[in-house]
Design a protein around this ligand. Sequence first.
Ligand SMILES: Cc1ncc(COP(=O)(O)O)c(C=O)c1O
Length: 394
Amino acid sequence: MAQQDRSIYLDHAATTPVRPEVQEALQPFLEGDQYGHPSSMHRRGQAARAAIERSRREIADVLATDPGHVIFTSGGTEADNLAVIGAAQAATAAGRVPRVAISAIEHKAVLETATPVDAMGGEVITLPVDHTGRIEPDAFQSAIEKGLAVVSVMWVNNEMGAIQNVAELAARCAALRVPFHTDAVQAFGKIPTDLTTVPHALVALSGHKIGAINGVGVLVVPDKALIAPLFFGGGQQLGVRPGTENAAGAVAMATAVRLAAERQPQFENHTRSLRDAFEAGVGAAVPDAAVVGQHGARAPHISCLGFPGTDSESLLMQLDLAGVACSAGSACSTGTLEPSHVLNALGVDPVIAVGALRFSFALSNGTADVDRTIAVLPGIVEKTRHLTASLERS
Ligand SMILES: Cc1ncc(COP(=O)(O)O)c(C=O)c1O
């Protein structure tokens, strides 16, 4: 019998296990007779088509949007790329300079769209945030008054959980007829995300963050004219995202979207109480630990903690050895530890930022996970500090 992995998983913002209900819904596609091509005329093809369109309707119902606005993608990255690059290309096709504004704390899936937008002869404006991760309203306003192809501001930040007031940002954009995109990958199912508060927005979701499977996502496209396609082929999905649709992925996504929406209040209460207990416990044991963005509006499931005098990679590896999985808040590039662009944008002291970790919670975590992590973390921080100090001396 396979040995059960008893390690503590506090990395749900990276990916979260496939829900049992999703596994069940996938069975006919994996080992049953649901293998038809959705564009085939025969019965098996029609069954696949029906599964996709049913999934699209179910997602649209949950999101309170039109089924025609739900475009399946290969994940959050593609949804973000399609929104930003697609809008820039639509502006170019209309004879306008593709000017785009994105917040300084976007996920790389948005941030790195700057390269193709630049290559199109466009301009990318970076919108600053305050120390809690909130967009600076004046900078936002003056950017959108420049006449933009699209503005992209994420609903919840993936590294430290900052929540933006997207309803207000979207309303400001709507008043100036500027297309608005929000990456809701870390928001959906975690905090209330009523899409009727952002009625004209492009909205990106990712399946594997909500217990669907890897490789499926959704972009809500309220008006096809907002974006040009990035792919070309068989004209599927109104030509917005052609290519043979992933029927199994669509079914997994619809199941996970429904469950995530149903359980959102429970998820929020549960993860908030775990996170608060965790931060209080770590604060008591490691008094100089810093909670990034502590006093701002934060999603309940993400805690970004910085430990001065350490580096996140060493902490991460030792925690893994102690049976705790989490993420680093810094990226190791060319052998040096660089604070993440998110923590830099918030103005976090580099000494704290290079020793930052992200812990992220879900309904499957319990107080025992929190207690165990609090029990091992202080020793690991202490050991890393000694090691770092002795390396600096040598
Ligand atoms: C905020 C955010 N946007 C986009 C993505 C990318 O989504 P995917 O992994 O589905 O491509 C992630 C995943 O880490 C994310 O956290």
